[in-house]
Design a protein around this ligand. Structure first.
Ligand code: SIN
Length: 485
């Protein structure tokens, strides 16, 4: 049996679903989901979606994004992001999505670090991603193939013809005129992260195995405030908007030490706050807390219901109790290299969008709440291109349906070792010697008999480490310290 579609979308986050929604009236679409559709980073996004609050604010939003990106952004991509943001958001509202509003129906905007003003829209208080995901899933008419692991891209002569998948115990090919990778970032490579459990860099590894370039892979973002003292794989995020609305970062004596690092304190850019917390803990051995005592209880429960309930389950009574916090891996700025229409360089009929991709929009450090926005704006763009593209043609070539062994005994142990290596040596504060050590061990692991899925993780990890080694001077989220740094 030959399965074919006009467009195949890998991933069910905002970027993938919005691509499909934009195209499904004109094209046959299949969305491939590794797990449940909600196991994606969009679903767990709390803070919101950044959007210029007026035409005049477009320029300021651009400036804030470029500044947070530490001079490493592609200014053309940033221009697209900010100038098309209002249109994409209005499109969402016109389709019926409800952002949080005041009693008079006026949109409520919150503030997050490194934004010059309050320009973050939110929904369900702190459940923006969940609400957006549910909204898009309800609208989607295209089929989703669940529990489906993409094991390879079908590429020949610089052209993509579809994907190979593992589903229900079988390996088979799905052909498509165009493939859109919207599979998210690399969270599961790190010991502590805030990502959905499905986000494990397989598509990045597959790209590397086809010599498709990844770019800026040293640029890994760590969120400053996660609750990591739980056995959950995905650590509980404590949204930046908490600090935007007055939460303080303190040590056990109540000292707001962030001002030792940057005069903006709690509202410094994300990389600065993460590094400061990490460094302060290491240097002083003191625990660091998020102090929410400035919030009135009923307001807090209404504004941050998910955080309130999730932390209650962990035994915390918010906002009365302080929460011990640590940075955790949160977002990959680096990704599959694309042009401004999300076309993957060097391979026809292949696109990447959202966190999986790198258009250069986030530079060396993503501005808070620009990621859902990127997912929306750039998937609108990719859909525009694909609308004009050809449909699937039966004359296209066929590929064999064989695949390497995906997992073998022993992979799990190595996967955990890899997470620990990445956290310790390719994490918030890096140095040349430790990165070299990490590279040697990852190369060793790649020579072991291992399953394909672990190999893909290792390939992506190696790329992160090598990129970190290649950038000798600190920039944005990439921070080098030490004698060899
Ligand atoms: C948060 O709510 O702090 C996360 C927002 C983001 O990652 O942009």
């Amino acid at each position: 049996m030959k399965i074919f579609y006009d467009v195949l979308v890998v991933g069910t986050g905002v970027a993938g679903l919005n691509t499909a929604l934009n195209l499904e009236d004109s094209h046959s679409i299949l969305v491939v989901s590794k797990d449940y559709a909600w196991e994606c980073n969009t679903f767990y996004a709390q803070g919101g979606i950044a959007v210029p609050i007026s035409d005049e604010d477009v320029f300021v939003h651009i400036k804030d994004t470029l500044e947070a990106g530490d001079g490493h952004c592609n200014p053309d991509a940033v221009e697209i992001l900010c100038s098309e943001a209002r249109q994409s958001i209005q499109g969402l509202i016109d389709k019926g999505f409800q952002f949080d509003c005041d009693e008079k129906g006026k949109l409520l905007y919150t503030r997050e670090a490194a934004h010059s003003c309050s320009r973050i829209l939110h929904a369900g208080g702190d459940a923006t991603g969940r609400f957006l995901h549910l909204f898009m899933m309800k609208k989607l008419k295209s089929p989703i193939l669940y529990n489906t692991q993409v094991t390879d891209l079908l590429i020949s002569d610089g052209k993509c013809f579809g994907v190979r998948v593992s589903h229900g115990g079988s390996i088979f090919n799905i052909y498509a005129k165009n493939v859109v990778i919207a599979s998210g970032g690399v969270g599961s490579l790190y010991e502590y992260h805030t990502n959905a459990r499905t986000i494990s860099a397989d598509m990045h590894g597959i790209c590397l195995s086809h010599s498709i370039p990844l770019i800026d892979m040293e640029m890994m973002q760590f969120h400053p405030t996660a609750f990591v003292q739980s056995s959950a794989v995905r650590k509980q995020l404590l949204s930046e908007s908490l600090r935007g609305e007055g939460a303080k970062v303190v040590d056990k004596d109540g000292r707001r030490f962030l001002f030792d690092y940057d005069s903006r304190g709690e509202l410094s850019a994300r990389n600065i706050v993460s590094r400061a917390i990490f460094d302060y803990k290491q240097r002083t051995g003191k625990e660091v807390y998020l102090d929410l005592s400035g919030f009135e209880s009923s307001h807090f429960r209404e504004r941050f219901p998910s955080i309130y309930y999730n932390m209650k389950v962990m035994g915390y009574d918010l906002p009365n109790q302080k929460i011990p916090v640590s940075p955790a891996f949160h977002y990959a700025m680096g990704g599959i290299k694309t042009d401004l229409n999300c076309a993957v360089e060097g391979v026809e009929n292949l696109f990447a969008v959202g966190e999986a991709a790198n258009t250069g929009v986030h530079g060396a450090n993503r501005l808070a709440s620009n990621s859902l926005l990127e997912g929306l704006v750039f998937s609108d763009k990719v859909a525009k291109v694909l609308k004009k593209s050809q449909k699937y043609s039966h004359s296209d070539m066929l590929f064999c349906e064989k695949e390497d062994i995906l997992m073998i005994e022993g992979d799990k142990l190595l996967k955990n070792e890899l997470r620990s290596i990445m956290w310790k040596y390719a994490g918030i504060i890096r140095n040349g010697k430790e990165l070299e050590k990490a590279l040697i061990r990852v190369e060793d692991m790649l020579r072991l008999p291992i399953g394909k899925l672990l190999r893909l993780r290792l390939l992506t990890s190696r790329e992160i480490i090598k990129s970190a080694l290649n950038r000798k001077v600190s920039l944005g989220a990439h921070y080098i310290r030490g004698e060899n740094g």
